[in-house]
Design a protein around this ligand. Structure first.
Ligand code: BV8
Ligand code: ZN
Length: 237
């Protein structure tokens, strides 16, 4: 099992959640914007932020770390990638077994009836743009369309969450890449794996909250370390 966070997309040029926000949103913390009441209070500010992030993700590519996980899946088909990220870089790299705990930038839905809203392929904003955009109107009920992500204070989707818990309690190796391990309940997955006697390898240039229970904590960038350790592991296996 692999648990990934914003850090695995950092070398693709996608800022992590801990990076300061810029432009129109610089006076906010991501944690203030990624909430239901921020959207309630200022829907065009929040919808603009997510469209800007979607434009940015659409303008970059998966990196060496994403590709290393595709090779891991090819060599070990039972590999499951559980991600906290809302970008589509794992899928675009070729990973097939990806579980999104916090939703996706590419799956907006109606805040009223839940109808899945089809976004026009072309993002509504330039990557270096950054402005308010009125959220679209639901074609089924006329309600307001919202980003298809899990906001702070919202429960995780039941399916992905139980799939992630099942994987954590049955894996023999958990690789944790690019997550500060601060956001719950995702950050409790390593503890579940530990209880199931899995080995835990953390990859992060900085200390993380998972280090305390890791078997190994490798200090470095995902794009550099992940290809190397998987190369060694898969060759020697
Ligand atoms: C829930 C989608 C309950 C949105 C996200 C007190 C008050 C209020 C709430 C709480 C509280 N205490 C706990 C909570 C619960 C809260 C929470 O955990 N808060 C934290 C801040 C304390 N959790 C929730 O609210 C969750 N829901 O609890 O619901 C409930 C239950 C039932 C019924 C009703 C309600 C929902 C949490 C999900 C929030 N949504 N994302 C969006 O993206 O806009 S979370 C968001 O933040 C990301 O998805 C990500 O998961 C998280 C940021 O974490 P990371 O991914 O780790 O990113 P971060 O920037 O932190 O770290 C990056 C790491 O990468 C760093 O370590 C860095 O060193 C490393 N790195 C950098 N470069 C590289 C690298 N690593 C490798 N290579 C590199 N090159
Ligand atoms: Zn609707």
């Amino acid at each position: 099992m692999v648990l990934t966070g914003a850090g695995i997309s950092a070398e693709s040029g996608v800022p992590t959640f801990r990076d300061a926000l810029t432009g129109l949103w610089e006076q906010f913390d991501a944690e203030q914007l990624a909430t239901p009441d921020a959207f309630e209070r200022d829907p065009s500010l929040v919808w603009g932020w997510y469209e800007w992030r979607r434009a940015r993700v659409s303008a970059v590519n998966p990196n060496e770390a994403h590709r290393a996980l595709v090779q891991l899946e090819a060599a070990r088909p039972q590999t499951i990638v559980v991600t906290q990220n809302v970008d589509d870089l794992h899928e675009r790299a070729g990973s097939r077994n990806v579980v999104h705990l916090h939703g996706s930038l590419f799956a907006p839905r109606c805040a009223c009836c839940g109808h899945r809203h089809v976004l026009d392929a072309k993002p509504t904003m330039e990557p270096d743009g950054g402005r308010r955009i009125e959220p679209p109107v639901c074609t089924a009920c006329g309600g307001k369309v919202r980003p298809g992500v899990v906001w702070f204070g919202e429960p995780l989707p039941a399916g992905p969450w139980s799939e992630a818990q099942a994987a954590a309690s049955s894996c023999d190796l958990l690789i944790v890449v690019g997550t500060s391990g601060l956001v719950q309940p995702a950050a409790s997955l390593p503890t579940i794996a530990r209880r199931a006697n899995a080995s835990i390898v953390v990859i992060d240039p900085r200390p993380t909250a998972i280090d305390a229970i890791s078997t190994y904590s490798l200090r470095g960038k995902a794009g550099q370390l992940l290809p190397r350790i998987l190369q060694e592991a898969l060759i020697s296996a």
